[in-house]
Design a protein around this ligand. Structure first.
Ligand code: SAM
Ligand code: SF4
Length: 323
């Protein structure tokens, strides 16, 4: 299925909750969020109904995200139901990893293929500071459990922030030497409830300049998204750069997003969203769900307009969209 400018769309990111057990400084406000009441959030059966309707259009890859997807009860069973849908070939999850250790095996058995785990510091105190509530050890245990459960390739998302974790770039790269993991540095986007502004934005080129060792081109792992990958000599893992700001990848965008409250978003940045929940609740049927999907597709923006300082004027924040 192609959009109006010929991009092949095969990937749906599903946010299953806007709640989170962390309050990352660049993402959520400290006081937390006004939690949506249960009726506002799509039930898992409703999400499954939607995915079942759009899979025949060519959606074959789904990512479960949040908020923090593992805080929502029943997520393992949800993955099992996704796996059972015809046409769904690849299921991944983006998680902060803090609750992963105890469910990694169950998720794998239910049919999850792989995980992306967010990790912005390898220093316990700093990690606690950026997440406001988190314990580094829980996430490291989660990464280990993901590797053991073969939720691979395990990708680590690290938002690079000037003056906060730019002195840890080498430490992150060192992790790739002996572990089969893919560290991806992500440029800070102006989509958070952020305490950090333009001064803290760090471009991929600036991150690369910090790296003393030669970066050899590396092939992308399975399920590769917009990251460009490199390897330091002898490493079994790799390092990637995701550059939504300095070099956007809109021309290769293959995704749509479903929010926890049932809105279909054709672009991470754009405030444009189409209501899916009402159609589901009014039982308007698969054809109508497909029609809404195709309408969103036809309105998918050609490109986003984010720049580091574009401010906080967006309708939704990252925890409401799922990254
Ligand atoms: N809670 C899960 C997690 O942290 O992985 C999933 C949701 S989180 C919103 C998805 C991704 O968005 C995370 O990797 C997070 O680091 C990233 N993210 C959140 N706010 C961001 C921002 N302002 N700029 C860049 N990345 C951001
Ligand atoms: Fe929660 Fe993920 Fe946002 Fe951090 S980035 S506050 S873990 S949703």
């Amino acid at each position: 299925m192609k959009d109006a400018v010929g991009r092949e769309i095969n990937y749906l990111r599903i946010s299953v909750t806007d709640r989170c057990n962390f309050r990352c400084l660049y993402c959520m406000p400290e006081k937390g969020i006004e939690p949506k009441s249960h009726p506002d959030i799509l039930r898992f059966e409703e999400i499954i109904e939607f995915v079942k309707a759009v899979a025949p259009l060519g959606i074959s890859r789904v990512r479960v995200t949040g908020g923090e997807p593992l805080v929502r009860k029943g997520v393992v069973e949800f993955v099992r139901q996704l796996r059972a849908l015809d046409g769904i070939k690849d299921i991944s999850m983006t998680t902060n990893g803090s609750m992963l250790a105890s469910v990694a095996e169950d998720l794998k058995k239910a049919g999850l293929d792989r995980v992306n785990i967010s990790l912005d510091s390898l220093k316990p105190e700093r990690f606690h500071k950026i997440t406001r509530w988190g314990r580094l050890k829980d996430v490291l245990d989660g990464i280990e459990a993901a590797l053991e459960a073969d939720l691979t390739p395990v990708k680590i998302n690290c938002v690079a922030i000037r003056g906060f974790n730019d002195d840890e770039i080498e430490d992150f790269i060192n992790l790739t030497r002996n572990h089969p993991i893919y560290i991806r540095f992500i440029e800070l986007m102006p989509l958070g409830e952020t305490v950090w502004g333009t001064d803290h934005y760090l471009s991929a080129e600036e991150i690369k300049a910090e790296i003393k060792e030669e970066l050899l081109p590396a092939s992308a792992p399975a399920g590769a998204g917009p990251a460009v990958y490199y390897r330091v000599a002898g490493a079994i893992g790799a390092v990637g750069f995701i550059t939504p700001i300095s070099r956007h990848f809109c021309n290769a965008c293959n995704r749509m997003r479903l929010t926890a409250d049932g809105k279909l978003k054709p672009c991470l940045e754009s405030d444009l969203e189409l209501d899916v929940k009402t159609a589901l609740r009014e039982k308007r049927g698969e054809e109508e769900l497909r029609r809404i999907f195709m309408e969103a597709l036809s309105k998918k923006p050609v490109c986003h307009h984010m720049v580091p300082e574009s401010g906080a004027g967006y309708l939704r924040r990252m925890w409401q969209i799922g990254g």
